[in-house]
Design a protein around this ligand. Structure first.
Ligand code: G6P
Length: 613
């Protein structure tokens, strides 16, 4: 899986490829590499590690002049360790063809076996090398590059976006797409290829999205499109969405810290757009639901992965609470293995920060096949999810999130879900006092988030006492159970410390066995329906000698008397408390990880958007 970029034109290719790769680094940063035409040669330069490693290598070995055509790749390892050898581009044995790939070839072992039987020797452990060796083998039979690609793709099962470059065709790049996204950037006497359009928006004004089962032949003057049957196709270019976001740490040590600090602003922005006053109804003009549809919804199913899934779990509580519509939340990857029991009356909500997560996209497509209606929530207007959810789409407007670990986009997703719940309730005529009060309190949230964030340094002092602990348990109930899950995820992602989030009531059914003085328990114990029970479950944990940390509201003497450490937040009503309880959890993970010297913005083994199932 990974990010692909390609360029053919009159400019020096190396800086363009590197810039494109930097924009695609969110898709993985295990290794990177490029393949370029250099005179009569086709050269591959690649390295394990971040793109900066490749840059160092290129500085030593190359100047950019005189190279006008090439492809590049940034990798998140699926098959084979993140080594130089497994880095893309991959050559065929004759070093005449180089390929970059995003996706997974499911039958790669079978294809590899058949190629080995023909005497072909493999140099890497990747599924990608199978593609290039297969194209090369087909080329030897057909003598035509395009035919070779067409023959090869018929034999490949799985998902792939490919960039292919041939030694004997300088000035040409081939792109192939099945499932994994691939976009062509249309320029004047130059053309581009990339895994997503934001990577191209700095270079071109127009793009063409390659469809499933399509091949493109790019030269600097021409864009020729074919389907897998070899039939020529015509497609109109469309304008590319230009992003105003600039990458800037604004004086913070890490993007993560900057993004945590932006959370009040993010919520305020969304509220100003969609709920400027509690006296008015929520205004979501981006939705086109009829009252009849909303009235008759039989089931709401939220599909998402990772942090977006946790936002979905919070959303379930809110939507059920104020609309009385049943909501289920499923991990997108799990939904793919279930019967999709949906009808035309079902509403599916796909949530994805990037809008490109392969599991979420596949799950949403499966849901759409049942005739269900889709609402998309994403931070990226120019993404696969936004494309699928054209009729009902809410952009979460969190701005660019650079840190792999999601923070402000989580809070933005939650805000959108609260607004959506209010929108449904109001559309159904539930404009009662409860709704008005919730809107009033929601308008106060940005201020409260701000106050919580200013406590960051205090949290730092408090949590560093626990930085040497090898294991953490986070517990919560009801609307704060998802925050316990999110807190554990943040700590794992950032610090590599093992952490689990549990529904507090489940502790006694097994997890309590892991507790001892080396396993801190972090309880989210804020006033509301869940308070007494979480408190009780915390006492049970304390009895097993676990160090006890609480997230509690200011002035909670009962909590202060029992817990070793209390991470205080300003008082807030339970239904809105996730907006605040998550903040000390983000700081806890951040400060412990920083103390341990971890790579905060690009933790090992992760990618911001996982574009393989
Ligand atoms: C990756 C990221 C997570 C993210 C998840 C879903 O695993 O590392 O931070 O929550 O993907 O991403 P999405 O873009 O679909 O929200």
């Amino acid at each position: 899986m990974c990010g692909i970029v390609g360029y053919v034109g009159n400019k020096d290719v190396i800086p363009i490829l590197l810039e494109g790769l930097h924009s695609l680094e969110y898709r993985g940063y295990d290794s990177s590499g490029i393949a370029i035409h250099e005179g009569k040669n086709l050269s591959v330069i690649k390295s394990a590690g971040k793109i900066s490693k490749l840059e160092e290598l290129l500085l030593k070995s190359r100047n950019g002049n005189g190279k006008y055509c090439g492809i590049g790749h940034t990798r998140w390892a699926t098959h084979g360790e993140p080594t130089d050898n497994n880095a893309h581009p991959h050559f065929d044995s004759d070093e005449k063809i180089a390929v970059v790939h995003n996706g997974i070839i499911r039958n790669y072992l079978e294809v590899k076996d058949s190629l080995i039987k023909k005497g072909i020797k493999f140099a890497s452990d990747t599924d990608t090398e199978v593609i290039v060796q297969l194209v090369s083998s087909c080329f030897k039979e057909t003598g035509s590059i395009l035919s070779a690609i067409r023959q090869a793709v018929v034999m490949l099962e799985g998902s792939y976006a490919l960039g292919i470059i041939f030694k004997d065709e300088p000035g040409k790049i081939y792109g192939v797409r099945k499932e994994s996204p691939l976009v062509i950037g249309v320029g004047e006497t130059e053309n581009y290829l990339a895994s997503d359009s934001p990577a191209l928006s700095q270079f071109v004004d127009r793009i063409i999205r390659l469809g499933d089962g399509e091949i493109v032949e790019l030269s600097k003057e021409k864009i020729e499109l074919y389907n897998f049957d070899g039939k020529k196709i015509n497609k109109q270019a469309q304008p590319v969405e230009k992003s105003k976001d600039i990458m800037d740490k604004k004086g913070y040590k890490h993007y993560l810290a900057k993004e945590i600090s932006e959370q009040a602003e993010v919520v305020l922005h969304l509220l100003n757009d969609y709920l400027p006053s509690p006296k008015k109804s929520v205004k979501l003009d981006c939705l086109n639901f009829s009252k009849d549809f909303l009235d008759n919804i039989d089931r709401i199913l939220i599909l998402a992965c990772g942090t977006a899934y946790h936002a979905g779990l919070v959303g379930k509580h809110v939507i059920e609470n104020i609309t009385a519509k049943p909501v289920e939340v499923q991990l997108a990857s799990e939904f793919l293995n279930t019967k999709a029991l949906l009808t035309k009356k079902s509403l599916v909500i796909g949530i994805s920060q990037s809008g490109e997560t392969a599991d979420t996209i596949a799950a949403v497509k499966k849901a759409l096949d049942t005739g269900a209606t889709l609402l998309g929530i994403t931070n990226r207007p120019d993404s696969a999810l936004a494309d699928l959810a054209k009729d009902h789409l809410i952009i979460s407007h969190a701005g660019l999130e650079v840190s792999v670990c999601a923070t402000k986009t989580f809070i933005a997703q939650m805000t959108v879900l609260y607004l959506f719940a209010l929108y449904v309730a109001e559309s159904l005529g539930k404009e009662d006092k409860k709704i008005f009060l919730l809107k009033q309190e929601l308008r106060m949230v940005p201020q409260l988030i701000d106050q919580t964030i200013t406590r960051g340094e205090r949290y730092q002092e408090q949590v560093l006492k626990y930085a040497d602990k090898p294991d953490f348990v986070f517990i919560g109930r009801g609307i704060n159970y998802p925050i316990a899950l999110e807190a554990a995820l943040k700590l794992k992602e950032l610090s590599y410390i093992h952490a689990s989030g549990y529904a507090a009531g489940e502790m006694k059914h097994g997890p309590i066995a892991v507790l001892d003085p080396d396993v801190p328990v972090v309880s989210i114990v804020v006033p509301g329906d869940a308070y007494d029970r979480v408190f009780q479950n915390s006492i049970e944990a304390k009895a097993r000698q676990a160090p006890m940390i609480a997230v509690a509201v200011d002035g909670d003497k009962k909590v202060e008397s029992v817990f070793n450490t209390v991470l205080h937040i300003p008082p807030i009503i339970e239904i809105l408390s996730p907006f605040l309880t998550v903040i000390p959890m983000q700081f806890l993970a951040y400060y412990i990880a920083e103390h341990l010297g971890c790579d905060i913005d690009q933790p090992r083994n992760l990618a911001k958007s996982v574009t393989v199932e």
